[in-house]
Design a binder for this molecule. Structure first.
Ligand SMILES: [Zn+2]
Length: 211
């Protein structure tokens, strides 16, 4: 069984993953929690949500090392931040589920350009269960935040910036989340939020949100 918890940033995806880890622990399940080494926000062998809850986790450098963490019989493998893993993760997850191990993953479904993360779109196709979490829209305050926007030095990032850029490690990088309507209203990334790769956003179109 493959279950995915997806959504924009600030949707408490990791918080929900941690809640499920704690429930599995209460149920005496044998579990393994894995986190990509690339996520620099969390230091040490833990994963931590934005609300401050945390659980122990192995930090893993690449997906081909996952097998080395499954030494004993395991009921559930939890994998955080799936969009940050290398593409071999899909194969490793299939190996786990084919052997009868449940896998629960969390991650972003779309990048800052509103394009799907390749690896996550493949997992979405394979998943038995998908939970789409939302954030609070930072423009209208609704509970329908679905899009993540990246700001660099206070301005919407151009599409030339890398797909993965962890916030918190670089103070000039800030992420905000919006509902579909506000994302379109702000008009940062083109009509409907469709990706327009390698397009610089003219200064005149970089709408200030007065934050
Ligand atoms: Zn909104």
């Amino acid at each position: 069984m493959l279950k995915l918890l997806v959504g924009p940033m600030k949707a408490e995806k990791t918080g929900e993953l941690i809640r499920l880890v704690k429930r599995a622990s209460i149920g005496n399940k044998n579990i393994v929690v894995l986190s990509p080494q690339i996520d620099e926000r969390t230091v040490g062998e833990v994963i931590e949500s934005r609300n401050g809850s945390k659980v122990k986790a192995f930090r893993v450098q690449s997906s081909d090392l996952i097998e080395s963490f499954i030494n004993e019989p395991v009921d559930i493998v939890f994998i955080d931040e799936v969009h940050m893993w290398d593409e071999g993760l899909v194969r490793e997850i299939c190996k786990l589920t084919d052997s009868g191990i449940d896998v629960v993953c969390s991650g972003l479904d779309m990048n800052y350009m509103s394009a799907p993360f390749e690896i996550v779109s493949r997992l979405l196709a394979l998943a038995d269960e998908v939970v789409k979490l939302t954030s609070v829209c930072e423009e209208c305050g609704s509970d329908k935040g679905r899009r993540t926007a990246r700001y660099i030095n206070g301005k919407p990032a151009s599409f030339n910036s890398p797909e993965i850029l962890v916030d918190g490690t670089n103070t000039s990088v800030v992420y905000k989340t919006f509902c579909n309507r506000c994302y379109r209203k702000i008009g940062m990334f083109g009509l409907g939020g469709y990706p327009m790769k390698n397009v610089e956003i003219p200064e005149s179109e970089a709408v200030s949100l007065n934050y």
